[in-house]
Write a protein that binds this ligand. Sequence first.
Ligand code: SAM
Ligand code: SF4
Length: 344
Amino acid sequence: MGTDTQFGLLRDRFGRVARDLRVSLTDRCNLRCAYCMPAEGLEWIPTEKTLTDEEIVRLIRIGVEMLGIEEVRFTGGEPLLRRSLEEIAAEASKMRTHLGAAPELSITSNGLGLDKRAEGLVAAGVSRANISLDSLDRERYAKIARRDRLDDALRGIEAADRAGMSPIKINAVAMKGVNEDEVQDLLGFCLDRGYHLRFIEHMPLGPVHSWKRDQLLTQQDILDRLSQKFELTPSSEPRGAAPAELWDVAESADHPAGDVGVIASVTNPFCNDCDRTRLTSDGQIRTCLFATTEFDLRTPMRGGASDEELARLWMGTTLEKQAGHGMARPDFQPPKRTMSRIGG
Ligand code: SAM
Ligand code: SF4
């Protein structure tokens, strides 16, 4: 049964409708992944610009109860660094979408500290987790993340699984000369545990000069490597608005069957089917990861705008969403915010 409170839809001029809201709860992080943040020198968004819990809950409510949002994913920076995550999630799980159901709540996390939070998060309504894991080798993990925390990440993944989060998706940024020789091991690790591995092509969203097109490990490179060990067939599941293209992995002598995905934002973008809208921790709406402009909802909200006015502003900025990220164009400019400040 649907509700009649809906005010409008987050529809852009190309007919895409945003149903999936990514909420960045903080720009801070306890890792410093080289593809996402500089080693040092990135200033945190000042506290006075950071949305309060009440402000975040209000904007999620406007998205879910007035604008057709069906899924809410908490991200960051590292969302577990926001101590009130469970309270925000519990509030969101009381909301009702236009379909009359609670929004689907999920988290994208590096897993550090998830061992102590997973049960509470599930109790608060967070049912799914995407956890980042770029290497199973301690030294390499420490080099990529610039922190020696592999064991903590692994503990977090196990705890999320034990707490009943499902599916467990593992995100790995696959990079030439960094972890390309590990793509098979990462897949074996995930198949053995029933996790769903998603490789992500390295995107130009990190520190300046940290990305080079000719250094890119492409979707095809990843598939070629996996196919040397695993039998892959394109998944028959409809892809919908999912960013990952999926392959079924056949059972082998070493591993059970499962699936693997590649998010090929660079070489095979899914912009035509994108159903995402993003709220940054300082209250900016971003219609695309790669947008070079964003829309400030914090200022009108703090200036006394009503829910209807904020909903209208959100709808208005959605109309401006670009057709695609334009990475193939020679004049492509990456956004000024690093991924940690956008909310992946
Ligand atoms: N801290 C959490 C985590 O690491 O999962 C959530 C935020 S992080 C920005 C979200 C996702 O973006 C992670 O899976 C991370 O690997 C990915 N990511 C960050 N920078 C990236 C880049 N330049 N290219 C591709 N993926 C990136
Ligand atoms: Fe932190 Fe996630 Fe960025 Fe790594 S990818 S630095 S864990 S926000």
